[in-house]
Design a protein. Sequence first.
Length: 138
Amino acid sequence: MASRLNPYISFAGDARQAIDFYQGVFGGTLNVHTFGQFGSEAPPGYADKVMHGMLETPSGFTLMCADNPPGMERKPGDNFAVSLSGDDADELRGYWEKLSAGGNVSVPLEKQMWGDVFGMCTDKFGIGWMVNISEAGA
């Protein structure tokens, strides 16, 4: 298997809802393992929380996630953003519409000074996204 770069996003108890949402946006195969699947080792109240989730999409994207176990600090959305880029304008605009729905748009998806179409938003789970459509497909 080749090396790959992808985000691993931690959530405060709603990882399953988030990864299901992202599967609705991108499609693909979802594998989720809960704390409870590992028997008595599950922290109290975490039996059905996500210990590790991975979404692999037909476009080659991979998202991983987990619910933070008790005692681990989480800083939602302020330390990273997920970047989607390419030249398939229709595909990327579709992702933008779904990701920004119910969230907050900080930079509208529009042509920028460098020639590409670019936008930034925070989805309804507090995750920051950047979408860049290169000039070839814009």
